[in-house]
Design a protein. Structure first.
Length: 141
């Protein structure tokens, strides 16, 4: 596996709709809200929020399983709060992990989230210091 990632994006209309892909995965549409775009795809910030959510979630599940825990399911809900001034970047992300497991406890999840933040999730590493991340979790036994 190559350590570098490659993405291809192409303008797909006369506004701001771009279509892109990486490897042989399905194409993703990226657009902006009207009137600049048609709202026919995800915005860059939505994709960033999904990227962060997915990266942190996969690392938390990986770490919990490495601890010998059984994960039946996980749902992640995230909210990005933007700056009022330009650039309207995220100043804060609230992320909630809902974990269904017969043997996970709060200490396990706290440890996995902290490890994800400190050393495992590269997206978290990239936003750290620029975005205040507020993680919380719920365990369903």
């Amino acid at each position: 596996m190559d350590d570098n990632f490659k993405v291809s994006m192409k303008l797909a209309n006369d506004k701001l709709l771009f279509k892109g892909r990486s490897r042989d995965n399905e194409e993703v549409s990226m657009d902006y809200f009207p009137p600049l775009g048609d709202g026919a795809g995800y915005t860059g910030l939505e994709l960033l929020l999904m990227s962060f959510s997915g990266c942190s979630a996969t690392s938390v599940v990986f770490l919990l399983r490495k601890m010998g825990k059984s994960i039946e399911s996980m749902t992640i809900n995230s909210e990005g709060i933007k700056n009022e001034e330009l650039p309207r970047a995220f100043r804060e992300i609230k992320i909630k992990y809902t974990i269904e497991s017969p043997d996970v406890n709060a200490a396990d999840v706290s440890k996995a989230i902290k490890l994800s933040e400190d050393s495992v999730c590269p997206v978290w590493s990239m936003i750290k210091g620029n975005v205040n991340v507020i993680p919380e979790f719920e365990i369903i036994s």
